[in-house]
Design a protein around this ligand. Sequence first.
Ligand SMILES: [Fe+2]
Ligand SMILES: [Fe+2]
Length: 324
Amino acid sequence: MKRGEAVSKQMVADLQPGQLVDSYFAVTQMQLQPYKDPTKGHFLSVLLADRTGEISGKLWQGASQVQGIAVGDVAKVVAKVEEYRGSRQLNLSRIEPLSQGEQVDLADFLPTCPKGRKALEQELKAALSKFTDPHLKSLLTTWFSRPDFWNEYLLSPGAKRVHHAYLGGLAEHSLEVFHLAGAMAKLYPVVNEQLVLAGALLHDVGKVKEYNYKYIIDLSDEGKLLGHIAMGYQMLQEEVAHHSDFPKEYAEHLGHMILSHHGKMEYGAPVEPQTIEAAVLHQADLASSQVKQYAQTIESAEEERWLFNRVLGRNLYLGYIKDI
Ligand SMILES: [Fe+2]
Ligand SMILES: [Fe+2]
């Protein structure tokens, strides 16, 4: 807690059973739950987080008196770490909002892309320099040279959970898709490489508005109501409107690529890929998201030889990994 002197924060990943906790965490879930015996009233069940992980907690007494805290806030917590069914859990004795004027270090909360902002920025500049088609070059240069957009694109998470779920994740993922799609386009001369590369940088552009991210990554109201695919399509239309000579065919094709990049209707695509460029983009998007899930599972492992990945729905074998 910062008021004058900064006190170092106790991080979720370091908490050990038996340890006393007096620190602050972001609230990612919060729910009053009834006791089995209704005469006992309710207890409070919370999920608390920082950049190192999440831990659940229970406030057994005085739950109905907790005020001034909502999901997305940071709360001060006094608790003891216990072990419950093999997992760590906090037994809370107090949870309260920050006092007025009390500040916390934002860097304690959201994880950031391991590559770092500078490297992402350079990679994005290099990617933008690859456009030779005058219409695509002009569209992308004007769009990305707006400081607000440049900043949001480099800061946005790629997801709330699952893959690239940290600040800078959108840019990192989009650049992976850019490189993968570029490599595929080289194998098939029939593919319009410039359009595929533009589609790669823009396919998830709606994510700059889909998420709120301060202490936790959460969907914005607009994100919940419209989703990044529709939002990205809309942003493209608004941008194209600034370029009176932008070919209608390009606008339509890029729009199709944004709308179809999830591949199938059951994965949220309003239309399925119907051009070779859209197919390449979809495959590159899928490759980036899936391979990243393996990579993140490997990075999160300590000594395990097998680790279950919930999203992939299977155990991953880590026994062949060589130290790098
Ligand atoms: Fe997407
Ligand atoms: Fe994507």
